[in-house]
Structures are given as C-alpha cells and as structure tokens.
Design a protein around this ligand. Structure first.
Ligand SMILES: Nc1ncnc2c1ncn2[C@@H]1O[C@H](COP(=O)(O)OP(=O)(O)O)[C@@H](O)[C@H]1O
Ligand SMILES: O=C(O)[C@@H](CO)OP(=O)(O)O
Ligand SMILES: [Mg+2]
Length: 422
C-alpha cells in the first residue's frame, strides 16, 4: 500500500488496462467462426481497439472496413481498413462523410456476405446520416439540447434514433440481406442493446409515444420539421442480426475490486447502476465515507467501496466540467475534515464531459483548500464549473483516451486513519 491517492490512481489505471476490449473481441470471434467474406464496420470510442483485434484475428477474411471513432482515439492505420475520426458528443461533417462510407460498404451486399459490426458508446454522435428533411445543423442543435436537459441516455437516444437513417435498427436493414454479427461494448446501464450507440443493428424497443412523453417531460422546444421526423416508427424486428455483449461496467468494477485486493484492501461492490444526479451521488458517497471513518461500516478498513454507473447533470451554468468531476466536488463538501478516505470518480473512456480530464479525486482537505483559494463549492456547482475548481487544488485525474468505454467507475478508498477534525 502507498498513499490513498497513489493507490486510487493505480486502481483506476490497472482496472482499465485489464478490461481493454481486444481479448473479448478475439474470444467472441473464435466462437463465432465467421465465413470468408467479411465487411467490418466499427463505431464508437472503443472502435479502433475493437477493429484492430478483429483484423488481427480474421486477417484476409476481411474484405473491407470502416472504423469511425472520436478525435484523438485512433492509434494509427490498420491494414485494409479506412479509419476516420469525428465529433463527439456533438456530430460534425466528418461524422456524416465517414458514415456514408460505411453505408456504401454494406449496401448491395448479398446473403453470402457477413457484416461484422463492432459497437461501442459514442456511436450515436460518430455514426450519423440524418433522415430526409433533417440537416446536420438540426442534429447538432437537438443533440446539444438533449445533453443539457438532464435526460438519461435511453431517453436521449429514443429521440436521436428517429432523426437518423442508420440508428434504431435501420443500419441493419440497409445491410440486408447480408448477415450482421454485432459485438457490443456496453456503456448503457442495464446493457440495453437498442440504446447503446442508438442501436444501429438492434430492434428498437422505444416508440413514438415514448418520444412524445420525453418531449413533454423535459419541455423540449423542437421545430415542426424535427417533430415530423420523430413521428416515423423504427424497426421492431430484424431477421439478419446476431448480437453479443462483450463488456460492461460490471467488468471494470470487478477488475477494480481485484486490483484493490491485490494492494491489500478489503473490497466490496456497492452497485453497478448508480444513475442519479451527480451532485446528489457525491453527497451520498460522502455519507458512506463518513460512516467508514467514524464507525468502520459497511466494511473493515483498509477498504474500497466500489460503484459503477452513469450519473446525470442538468447543465444550467456556463462553466466547464463533467459528471464525474461534479460528483467528487460535491462529495468534498461532505467529507470536509474527515481524514482517512478519498473519493474518486472517472469516465472509463478517459474523458469526462467536454474536458481533457477523466474525472477527479477528493479528500478531507479538498474543501478547505478550495475555501482558502476563495472558491465556494456551491457557487461552482451552480455554474457547472467543476473542472476549474478541481484544477486549482490539483484534484483532476487525467488518463487520456483509454480505448474502451464502459460507463463510470466511482469508489471510496479508506486507510486505517480515523480522524475527524472539528
Ligand atoms: N460544464 C459541465 N459540467 C458538468 N457536466 C457537463 C458539463 N458540460 C457538459 N456536461 C455533461 O457531459 C456529458 C457528456 O460528457 P461525456 O463524458 O462526453 O459523456 P459520455 O462519456 O457519456 O459520452 C453531457 O451529458 C453533459 O450532461
Ligand atoms: O453513443 C451513445 O449513444 C452513448 C451510449 O452508448 O455513448 P456516449 O455516452 O459515450 O456518447
Ligand atoms: Mg454515456
């Protein structure tokens, strides 16, 4: 064991590197034993790693392929595949042009051809071709509105699916009569296959009626031509698709537990479905940390209490930040002057919100340090400016793009110190 902060970083780095998608893709492809004419399409933040592993495994069986990932997430050329980077979370011109290439690749295939579709989160922004009457500008505006309103990913994607020619099962229809084998890395809680990357090759379980409810719930002001596109139903069954999930937040939580145990901590996973408002989650975690420091519950120290999930933020301010940074900053209020615990939270993709940080880490000294720097945590949270506050007290975590994407990893790490200052 080293310092709590050092061990926390070690847990994050080692748990992510042990769940990178290469091995899972290889194992699944061995089981599938696909025929010889394979066309590969990979989308999402983990697309490059998934595609590289598939190409290494299938070699010349792959007759062509398109990989679309977020800016900064490609690790270079892969022989025989076209690699593109595009905008995320808001799509851009490169999203459209590279999606067109993927569509060209699969249109006109025969029933003897196979499409290997490698899907990871981020795909909704990176894989997009709007329906007739909807422009890229429209998609950008609606995406921005949806990401700020506090809607969860299932609700957001119910709307995105209908504005798109490739989402909500429609891409699989385009590839028909070719068979589509879809390997999916889940970044949606509950592994809802129709929501991950907006389910381009999965029957849509959401309906136009759901969409109307979501519009009312968040009071979304949408122009008439967008509303028109949202009234068009998506495919409810597909007969040319087979789908396997190859990873999710549970795996990274298990992996974090194993790393922590190997460092000498007692470990428990509290939940893998944390999905409330980020700042509320922060206060809840702080309450658990206080219980550990004062009463050594729910587990004997030294310990780690692990949570997986994806919280939400209603972005009302003009600051810079992300849900993981907001969670830990909020938690810092609740563990002020409680020593012997750190609280860390990161996006496993390595980017939290529109920032260069994966998340943040706080302890009992963080709130005081911010006070001394003249920073009021409540004001910062109201302005959604967690990034600058955490930066000021050296509490951002930076990993760079990791090449995977399985939601967020959150934990409380405690040593045997039992100190509560007044
Ligand atoms: N200033 C901010 N503070 C907190 N959260 C923010 C801020 N700006 C955007 N967000 C949140 O960041 C989310 C997008 O972040 P990102 O980490 O890219 O998500 P994901 O990993 O799910 O793709 C949006 O849903 C939005 O709610
Ligand atoms: O692409 C998407 O729809 C979502 C969920 O899969 O991913 P992300 O939150 O990373 O954009
Ligand atoms: Mg997400």
């Amino acid at each position: 064991m080293k310092s709590l902060r050092e061990d926390a970083i070690r847990i994050i780095e080692d748990s992510i590197s042990s769940i990178l998608p290469e091995k899972a893709v290889e194992q699944e492809l061995k089981k599938l034993d696909l025929d010889d004419k394979i066309y590969l399409v990979a989308i999402g933040k983990a697309a490059w790693r998934m595609a590289k592993s598939a190409k290494d495994c299938l070699k010349d069986k792959v007759k062509g392929g398109v990989v679309i990932t977020k800016y900064g997430h490609s690790q270079g050329p892969i022989e025989g595949l076209k690699i593109y980077e595009a905008g995320h979370p808001i799509p851009d011109e490169n999203t459209i042009s590279s999606t067109k290439e993927a569509v060209e690749l699969v249109k006109g295939l025969s029933k003897d051809d196979t499409v290997l579709f490698l899907v990871s989160g981020g795909g909704s922004a990176l894989f997009e071709l709007p329906v007739d009457g909807v422009s890229l500008e429209d998609i950008k505006n609606v995406t921005d509105m949806l990401l700020r309103c506090g809607a969860n990913i299932v609700e957001i994607n119910a709307i995105r699916k209908r504005m798109s020619q490739v989402k909500g099962g429609r891409f699989a229809l385009m590839a028909s009569p070719a068979r589509v084998y879809s390997l999916v890395l889940s970044d949606v809680l509950g592994d809802r296959l129709d929501s991950i990357a907006s389910g381009p090759a999965y029957p849509d379980s959401t309906t136009c009626e759901d969409v109307r409810k979501i519009i009312r719930k968040y009071d979304l002001k949408l122009p008439r031509h967008i509303l028109q596109s949202l009234s068009e139903e998506t495919p409810k069954s597909l007969d040319n698709v087979e789908t396997r999930i190859i990873g999710s937040v549970s795996k990274v939580c298990e992996s974090a537990k194993n790393v922590a145990v190997s460092l000498g901590y007692n470990a428990m996973i509290l939940t893998t479905t944390l999905d409330c408002e980020a700042s509320e989650a922060g206060l809840f975690l702080a309450a658990i940390a206080r219980e550990e420091v004062e009463k050594e519950r729910p587990i004997k120290r030294p310990c780690v209490i692990i949570l997986g999930g994806e919280t939400v933020v209603h972005v009302k301010g003009t600051g810079k930040g992300g849900r993981n940074q907001e969670l830990v900053l909020s938690a810092a209020r609740g563990i002020k002057n409680y020593h012997g615990a750190v609280i860390a939270s990161i996006g496993t993709d390595g980017t939290d919100g529109p920032t260069d940080a994966a998340g943040g880490i706080v302890d009992g000294k963080t709130a005081k340090a911010l006070e001394e720097a003249g920073i009021d945590i409540d004001d910062v949270l109201n302005d959604n400016d967690s990034y600058h506050a955490l930066q000021k007290v050296n509490s951002l975590i930076r990993t760079g793009p990791t090449g995977t994407n399985v939601n967020d990893l959150i934990f409380i790490l405690c040593d045997e110190t039992k100190v509560r200052e007044n």
